[in-house]
Ligand binder design. Structure first.
Ligand SMILES: NC(=O)c1ccc[n+]([C@@H]2O[C@H](COP(=O)([O-])OP(=O)(O)OC[C@H]3O[C@@H](n4cnc5c(N)ncnc54)[C@H](OP(=O)(O)O)[C@@H]3O)[C@@H](O)[C@H]2O)c1
Length: 245
């Protein structure tokens, strides 16, 4: 990645409407980057962008469905026009459904691969030529510790994150000589809506205070992005200090 300060950089962030992506947007814009926030919920990304600009930061909100190749192409073209060539891409958008194997509907199972795997591929494919034009870049794929572990009811989510790990390691090898850094970021449990969305109805009153905060994940992203050009964090795990009681 080129030796620019964050003030000179444009960063695309997927899944920026809430949770980790929103926190990353606020942190990077707070440190001077121009952030392009993408997600399907335009009300929420506009709200996040407004919070950034109200504090003097630079943010552009754009509708994005990472699982739809055409939506990704439209996003990439509009983001380039609005904010210039991307210096970094945070592939953060993700979805999980947890069920016993026999209860999975094929579409539910596939949707996790469409968002987590195909979405990461479409976004990376759109960003890489622009990063090459820009003289380098940095791609951070927000995977999960699920990408190297196994759990009951996680056959869809965990296997999709295993695929993200494999994809990330391959593109790391492929893009290294183009000065495009690739980082695999693997959070453990993070205190976001993810757990409510992935366990509908059964997570509502659960205590999440023991989990890592999205703001702490965002601090990690900021650190990884601001290392000098010769230093690359290729993989990083961040997990709660203590397990739940
Ligand atoms: N929370 C955890 O414990 C945890 C642990 C490890 C890894 N992760 C990973 O961290 C990432 C962020 O998760 P989170 O915890 O912040 O979850 P979250 O609060 O549920 O946020 C998920 C984000 O992804 C976006 N998204 C979902 N489908 C999308 C699509 N098709 N196109 C564009 N955006 C889409 C959502 O926005 P819209 O609905 O507006 O599109 C939302 O902004 C995910 O990749 C997740 O797998 C989370």
């Amino acid at each position: 990645m080129t030796d620019k300060s964050l003030h000179e950089k444009t960063v695309w962030i997927t899944g920026a409407s809430r949770g980790i992506g929103r926190a990353v947007g606020l942190a990077l814009a707070g440190a001077g980057a121009h952030v392009v926030l993408g997600a399907r919920n335009t009300g929420q990304i506009n709200h996040a962008a407004d919070a950034i600009t109200a504090n003097g930061g630079r943010a552009t909100a754009m509708e994005l469905d990472v699982s739809d190749h055409e939506s990704v192409r439209t996003f990439a073209a509009a983001a380039r026009d609005a904010a210039g060539l991307p210096d970094a891409l945070i592939n953060n958008a993700g979805a999980g459904v947890f069920r016993p194997l026999e209860n999975f509907l094929p579409d539910e199972f596939e949707s996790q691969f469409r968002v987590n795997v195909f979405g990461t591929f479409y976004m990376t494919k759109a960003a890489v030529p622009l990063m090459k034009q820009n003289g380098g870049g940095h791609i951070i794929n927000v995977s999960s510790l699920a990408g190297e572990n196994a759990a009951r009811m996680g056959s869809g989510y965990f296997s999709s994150k295993w695929a993200v790990h494999g994809f990330t390691r391959c593109i790391f090898e492929e893009l290294r000589e183009d000065d495009i850094k690739v980082t695999l970021l693997c959070p453990g449990s993070v205190d976001t809506r993810f757990h409510h969305e992935s366990h509908p109805g059964s997570h509502d009153n659960k205590d999440q205070s023991w989990m890592v905060s999205p703001e702490d994940v965002a601090k990690t992203v900021l650190h990884v992005l601001t290392l000098p050009p010769e230093a690359l964090v290729s993989k990083l795990d961040i997990r709660p200090q203590r397990k739940p009681k």
